[in-house]
Design a protein around this ligand. Structure first.
Ligand code: TXA
Ligand code: MG
Length: 325
């Protein structure tokens, strides 16, 4: 299959993307978080195609993307009042709600679970495609399973060229990390995945809110799998421990890439700003860029866990081979 690159302007790009999806094909498109790999969420066949294109285990459920808050009740049932309040406050935006599913959502889409994850993305291209299809779209991040999520259309092609019908190019995504996933289907509201909508943002609406611990893992299938890993070995290391680490591992500095905000003289160095938002914006693309330079190790400087910094550190810990941070 030849993967076409569609332009989001003029409108033909959107129309063609919708036509392909309506024919049962897969099309990647930008959202405000990362690029998604879209297909008809109401078709078990499309869900299977998505798992196969990504090389993703089919028990790791997909998020369905809607274009209007009112669509929530089409696909979810037993919806608590808090879900509507959260949707009102944060949609369109990077918050995914897990709710009991209605029968029209196939088990293939939800990885066999009786719940469904739903969000309304805050991106005109994503919303236009969903509206043009007049369907909810299942859209996991448009990367090969296990790789860092894509934040531009080139990343999508690196992983999925020849495996999907098209990608709609919409430039670089604004946030750079995937949405916050919030479970509202199993008693105490629980954050299953950290994202741009933080614990503090949600706490005002959900006084008993908690963050998933290991016991919650069966409700949060995505956490079981290897994630966000480039080819190179990722090591998290603070600036003060860096020299010790280089000595200890006897690292060949020609084969080491460094991502961080400390001023360091590495041959291959991607300097970042010490701000959680700007770190989030570029961290996945930085991992991919260093991989393209064929380094053996990528050393990443940790960031403080404030705001979206919690989500950045969650992704970095999963990418890293050391876990003391
Ligand atoms: O920002 C995002 O959420 C991006 C964009 C494209 O919208 N999508 C995304 O999808 O990150 P994906 O498939 O890469 O991650 C979805 C996460 C996984 O960890 C999955 O296990 C979890 O959401 N999830 C999906 N449905 C679920 C459900 N019914 N119950 C619990 N977790 C669920
Ligand atoms: Mg993903």
């Amino acid at each position: 299959m030849k993967t076409r690159v569609l332009n989001n302007l003029p409108r033909e790009g959107i129309r063609e993307a919708a036509q392909l999806i309506l024919q049962g094909e897969l099309v990647a498109f930008p959202t405000e978080t990362v690029y998604g790999l879209g297909g008809n969420a109401l078709s078990a066949k499309c869900a299977e195609k998505i798992y196969s294109a990504k090389g993703r285990p089919s028990d790791n459920p997909l998020i369905i993307h809607i274009a209007d808050v009112q669509w929530l009740e089409r696909y979810a049932k037993d919806i608590p009042a808090s879900a509507f309040q959260l949707a009102e406050a944060f949609w369109p935006g990077p918050l995914t709600l897990v709710l009991p599913k209605k029968d029209n959502v196939p088990a293939a889409t939800t990885g066999g679970l009786d719940t469904v994850a739903i969000r309304m993305p805050d991106h005109p291209v994503a919303l236009d495609i969903i509206r043009a299809c007049d369907l909810p779209l299942a859209a996991p991040s448009a990367n090969q399973s296990g790789k860092p999520s894509p934040t531009n259309s080139t990343h999508v092609l690196q992983d999925l060229d020849g495996r999907i019908a098209a990608v709609v190019d919409g430039g670089i995504t604004r946030i750079g990390l995937e949405s916050t996933v919030l479970d509202l289907a199993h008693g105490t509201p629980t954050i299953l995945r950290a994202g741009a909508i933080t614990f503090d943002n949600l706490k005002g609406f959900l006084p008993d809110l908690k963050t998933a611990d290991k016991d919650h893992e069966h409700h949060s299938p995505g956490t079981r799998y290897r994630h966000y890993s480039p080819e190179a070995k990722v090591i998290l290391c603070s600036n003060e421990d860096l020299d010790g680490l280089i000595d200890q591992l006897n690292l060949d500095l020609g084969k080491v890439g460094f991502i961080g905000f400390a001023k360091r003289k590495f041959n291959i160095h991607i300097p970042l700003q010490n701000s959680p938002k700007s770190y989030a914006h570029v961290i996945f693309s930085s991992l991919r860029n260093l991989d393209a330079k064929k380094v053996d190790y990528i050393i990443v400087e940790p960031i403080s866990e404030e705001g979206i910094g919690v989500a950045v550190m969650d992704r970095l810990r999963k990418a890293a081979s050391n876990s003391e941070f």
